[in-house]
Design a protein around this ligand. Sequence first.
Ligand SMILES: Cc1ncc(COP(=O)(O)O)c(C=O)c1O
Length: 410
Amino acid sequence: MVNIDPGFIRSQFPAFREPSLADFAYFENAGGTYACAPVVERLAEHYRRLKLQAYYPSQPSQEAGARMDAGRARLAAWLNVSPDELQLGPSTSQNTYVLAQAFRQWLRPGDEVVVTDQDHEANIGAWRRLEAAGLTIKTWKIDPGSGELNPATLAPLLTERTRVVAFTHCSNLIATVNPVREVIDLTHAAGALAIVDGVGHAPHALPNLGELGADVYLFSLYKVFGPHLGAMYVRRALLEQLPNQGHFFNEGKPNAQLVPAGPDHAQVAAVNGVIDYLESVARHHGLAGQSPALMARGVSALFQEREAHLMAPLLDFLRHRRGVRLLGRHRTEGRAPTFAFTCAGLAPWALAQQLASANIGIGAGNFYAWRLLEALGIDPDVGVARVSLVHYTSEQEVARVIEALERYLP
Ligand SMILES: Cc1ncc(COP(=O)(O)O)c(C=O)c1O
């Protein structure tokens, strides 16, 4: 196994060369990552040179369209799916909202949908609204002690009327990587469709969707070093059955059916930048020359190994610190480097303010995982503090956040 080269990685992110951010340590990566250099460059170039209507016969128009098509196709290849199966909408919340409208027309009263209370609201609320159309919504509940989802408690909820199970690959607060394959298999065995929110997982490992088996898989590119877009894979056989949500004359055009807003041209073209970055990581670490899916696996392994190393001291600090209630597992295996916690005697927002005074950025609040916090007995109006890192975080930054937490936690 090759070790990641942290110097190379950080050289690919303009934020680390930006004078105004020189002393800033960023730890709200689960909310949104820095953009890699190729994304920034491609966005700027598109706005400078190609910000015109795409797909007409003129050369610049053709070039703009070709860049958009390439962005979708290259991302699809890294996910091991067909470009027709990949929708690029404004955000994951918007994508689930539109998808749920399609399901509203497609499903029948009495059909059943299972949601969890661990998910971000983006993959709960849109489905719960279908109750008004006569669907039955059931909740697959977390274990209130660990906050984790146990597949054994899903099985009794599945009936011959179950049509959909919507769940998260990795919660944005619990951070356990759920046994996604096992849940998909259970769902399929019941004759239902698996809709997986991969937003919390994709920054750490891009999935091989051709192999995973999910019917729908969603993630947000602005958390994967890219532009502010939501990527949504919908299996072709399902896409062909879902009622068109775009203009009526776009019926049958796979990439127009579930993105009625129309694509954001510059951002779709800038998706190329994410792939440029991942390819350069693969090349730099001797992983090039394989299929995109194999490069994706290799790069993800590099990222995850680095993250496991970086998160260990932070996890160790938080789990031993008096007064801290750390959500999720207290070990690095099977978890993302996202740490949500409460602390007796100090409100999360006040802690975030204190860290901000030390030029460290963390998050505080409910992170739209409202129902999860309620199920854990935490007031969503107060919420939790969240410290999250990715592979580009440095050891020095981790040491700094631990030192600051040591100073400010009561
Ligand atoms: C786990 C998870 N799912 C879904 C979303 C919603 O994504 P978007 O902001 O693209 O709507 C978020 C956003 O923070 C998230 O963390």
